[in-house]
Structure formats: C-alpha cells, structure tokens
Design a protein around this ligand. Structure first.
Ligand SMILES: Nc1nc2c(ncn2[C@@H]2O[C@H](COP(=O)(O)OP(=O)(O)OP(=O)(O)O)[C@@H](O)[C@H]2O)c(=O)[nH]1
Ligand SMILES: [K+]
Ligand SMILES: [Mg+2]
Length: 490
C-alpha cells in the first residue's frame, strides 16, 4: 500500500507552538529515536510511560532541562516508526538548547514541514485523505470546519472511496478474466454482460451523487465570501466595522473613501465567513478610485453572497440579476423621525457573531459607531412599498438596529450553501472522482462489439483515479482478487 519505502533517517521537531508556554513538546521519529533518547535522558524508560528525567547534552555534559520523556517503540506509533517525546519546560532557550543537542546526535536532523504525517502515510498508518484531515483539523477556525476535518480524519471519505475502488476492482477482475481465459471455455467471453454494465452504471451514479454537492466541502474549507457593495457613502465600511466589532476600515463622509477591498474573517454560528468591504460603485475620472471600482466588480462576480447597500434616502436602483444578493437599506436612523412608511416590528432572536478577529486595522477618520446592541427604534426590517416582491432589510450601523436580523439572514444563506455533510473537501478529490465517472460512463456506454481490452483499460483507469484519492496507485490488488475470487485453480 505505501508507495515508497520507509526513510532511514531520524527527524525531530517541536510539536507545540513557538514562544513561551508551560510545556513544549519535542517529538523524535526514526531508527535513532531510542539511542538519542538514551544519550540525552538515559536510562531509557519503560515503553509508553511518561518518566521524569534530567536531560543533559551528551557532548558537553551540560544540564539542559528536567523533562517528562516517553519512549514509543514502533510500529504502533503515529508515524509507524520508533518515536520519543520530550515534554520540556516551555521556554525558548530550553527548547533551542535541546534541539541543538538532538541535532548533534548521529542520524538525527530537524524535520521539514509535515514530515511526521508524511511518514505516517508512507508507513501505511494513514491514507492521503486522513492526512489531509489532520491538516484541515489543525487549520480549522470554526466549529463546522472542525467537524468536517475530523470526519475526514476518521476516514469518512477514505472508506467511501475504498468501497468504490473495491467495486471497480471487482469489475476489472471480471473483465480481465473474460479476456485472459476466453479461449478456455470456462469463462464467458462475450465481453461485459448486462449485470456488470449495470454495476458500473450504479457505481458511476453513486459517485455522481456525491459530486453533486454544490462544492459544500471545499467552500467550508475556504470560507463563505460576503461582499459589501453599493454606491459611495452607502455605509459599507461603517457596517463592516460594526459587524467586525472593530475599526477595520476607514470611514468618512467623503464619497470614494474605500479603494482596496478590506477582508474581515468571522465565525457566524460555527460557519467561517469572510466579509469584504469594497470601493463604492460609481463612474469616476480618478484612476485610483476607478481601479478600486474594477476590483469591486471582480469581487462581486466571485462572491458567495452580495450585500447591496443603499442609503434609506436614495432612490430604488435597478435590481439586475447576478450572484445571490441581499438588499439592505442603510442609515435607518435618518428615516425614523421623518418617514412614516416603515412599520415597526418586534426584534427577532438576536444572533451574535461568535468571535470576531483577523485582518489588519486601517484606522478611522470618524469616531466608530456605537457597537451593535439591542435594536433601537423598533425598526428591524421592512418591505419597501415600491417593490412588493423583493425583501429588503433595513439597518442602521450607527444604532445597531437591524444588524441581528441581517446576520441571521447571512447565516441562513451560508448554512444553505455550506451546511450538510460533504465528503469531497478538495479539488483534488473532485478531479479524481470526475475522471472516474468519465471512465465508468464509457464502460456503460460501450456497444457489444466494443473491444473488451478497451473496456478493461477504462476500468483500470477508474481504479487508478479512485486510488489517487487515498494515495494508493497501481492495480496489484486486482490481480490477487482475480485469482482468489474466481477459483480458476491454475
Ligand atoms: N446616520 C448614519 N450615518 C451613517 C450610517 N452608516 C454610515 N454613516 C455615515 O455615512 C458616511 C459614509 O460612511 P462609509 O462607511 O464611509 O460609507 P462607504 O459606503 O464605505 O463609502 P465609500 O467607501 O466612500 O464607498 C459616514 O459619514 C458615516 O458616518 C448610519 O447607519 N447612520
Ligand atoms: K465614505
Ligand atoms: Mg468605505
């Protein structure tokens, strides 16, 4: 199963973050892990037990630290190799001294990024999808991302693809049998029979269903992109700041303030959402602002959701088609006193942003708006009288009115787009599975006089592309299956 032999050298690296901490863990993996542990912390402790040891530099005899150490003989370890762990006091100098002493041990070298997981994969402890699950779990910033990564680490995708691959190998074995033993009379030589074609069709259909997921898994890894767009001075930057809970973007009463797109990542009910403030849309002779407007248009095209912001006192714009859009009337506080056209409504369930952060602050030219609080003035939302079909949200970033409703609306759209358990989480999976379906479709569509050699080749390619997902390649298993499964007796 592993595509390459086990590396012979021994690697070490801090497993915990850099900087000060209570404890810092250093991991060692490879054939010299035991001897290196003996040299620094001897005598070697009993396997899989934490033991307190004085660590000394073997070359100079200098005391390095007091540490809990573990000896983890392979192959039942994370990497499949002999491993050791040193639980050091979490100081920068302690860690540096221990890493230096380890580097002086024969056969030991610092690990490159991902080297431990790579060895786990090479030694058959993980398939590629599980290794990807580990990477995603470490990168997960929100609850939904964590759940998806853990599902993949636990083998949800790997198991499903392995089952599909088993079926494809069976189909290939049957076809190969028909080819190899056609002249011996004990195996049907008329190419693929209807049952086999049916199974290929079912397999293709199964994979197709999994692929028809609206890219939810990939989107969840990337984050749901919400673009704030509208005319200059619509209050886009003010809204971004209010939602982010900090002054991420410059606000001023000068139209054309924002030029570059400003991104703020946030966690909306466990979903990763990226809010993007943009330059106000208008015709302009200023080349810098024009470039900003061009960037806004590109952002709108790739957005998962566009918030179209229009000040409450501006005329109704044309609602041209395009990406999913929420229409938002801003500066509701300006209208409450005068206009009587908006009926007050009861506030809906508040839905706070769970954890805001990220992105670089740009300062502000105006005092920040008061943070969103319980809506004031009682005006949550309205249906504008001159457009009976399209719902428009009404907000005031200044008072916070309507922001909870707006967030709930964004979350609903994000959930519809990202929610549910997707198996496919990377383009790599999608590409391999799409190619599998193409090969299977050719098998299914083959006419009775289509050469069985070509059908076998399509099945071989289907097995191969399925194998790519888990990091297995080759069809050796198919040969085993052929002889075991058909009891040819030769
Ligand atoms: N009364 C009131 N004023 C607001 C509100 N939101 C924004 N403003 C004001 O409207 C002006 C423009 O706000 P910005 O947030 O800079 O508008 P923008 O859409 O980002 O503008 P550009 O970046 O120039 O396209 C500022 O003076 C804000 O203080 C609001 O809810 N109520
Ligand atoms: K402005
Ligand atoms: Mg702005």
């Amino acid at each position: 199963m592993p595509p390459a032999p086990e590396p012979a050298d021994t690697i070490f690296a801090p497993a915990t973050g850099f900087g000060r901490a209570a404890v810092s863990v250093v991991r060692i993996s490879g054939p010299a892990a035991g001897p290196a542990l003996d040299a620094l912390a001897g005598p070697r402790p009993a396997p899989r037990r934490l033991s307190l040891r004085r660590l000394t530099d073997a070359a100079t005899g200098t005391l390095l630290d007091q540490a809990l150490v573990a000896w983890l003989p392979g192959p039942a370890t994370a990497t499949g190799e002999d491993m050791a762990e040193l639980h050091l006091h979490g100081g920068t100098a302690v860690r540096a001294a221990v890493l230096r002493a380890l580097g002086a041990q024969p056969g030991c070298r610092p690990a490159e990024a991902g080297a431990f997981t790579r060895r786990a994969f090479l030694n058959g402890r993980l398939d590629l999808t599980e290794a990807e699950g580990i990477a995603d779990l470490i990168d997960a910033e929100t609850e939904a991302q964590r759940v998806q990564a853990l599902r993949q680490l636990e083998g949800a995708l790997g198991r499903q693809v392995a089952a599909w691959r088993d079926t494809a190998i069976d189909l290939l074995a049957s076809t190969e049998a028909a080819l190899d033993f056609a002249d011996e009379g004990d195996v049907d030589d008329s190419g693929l029979d209807a049952a086999l074609t049916g199974r290929a069709a079912d397999l293709a259909q199964d994979i197709r269903k999994t692929l028809a997921d609206g890219r939810r898994g990939e989107r969840l890894r990337e984050g749901f992109c919400v673009v704030l767009a509208g005319p200059p001075n619509a209050g886009k930057s003010t809204l971004l700041n209010a939602l982010a809970g900090r002054d991420a973007a410059i606000v001023s009463d000068i139209p054309g303030t924002t030029r570059d797109a400003i991104e703020v990542r946030c966690d909306l009910g466990g979903l990763p959402v990226m809010l993007v403030d943009t330059a106000g849309l208008r015709e302009t002779a200023d080349p810098v602002e024009a470039e900003g407007v061009a960037r806004t248009r590109r952002r709108i095209e790739t957005a998962d959701l566009v918030l179209r912001l229009i000040p409450i006192d501006a005329p109704e714009p044309d609602r041209e088609g395009g990406p999913a859009t929420l229409w938002v009337r801003t500066k509701a506080d300006l209208a409450t006193a005068s206009a009587g056209q908006f009926r007050p409504r009861e506030p809906r369930n508040p839905l706070p942003l769970a954890g805001r952060g990220g992105g670089g602050a740009e300062g502000t030219a105006e005092p920040p708006p008061s943070p969103p609080s319980s809506p004031q003035g009682g005006e949550e939302r309205c249906v504008l009288p001159h457009d009976a079909t399209a719902e428009t949200l009404l907000i005031s970033a200044r008072t916070g009115a309507g922001l909870d409703t707006l967030l709930a609306a964004i979350q609903r759209v994000a959930e519809a787009s990202l929610g549910g358990d997707a198996l496919v989480t990377r383009e790599r999976h999608r590409d391999a599975l799409t190619r599998t379906v193409i090969h299977l479709d050719r098998v299914v569509a083959a006419s009775p006089d289509y050469p069985p050699e070509l059908t076998a080749e399509d099945l071989r390619l289907a097995v191969r592309s399925l194998g790519e997902v888990g990091g297995h390649v080759g069809v050796e298993e198919m040969l085993d299956r052929l002889f075991a499964g058909f009891c040819i007796g030769k």
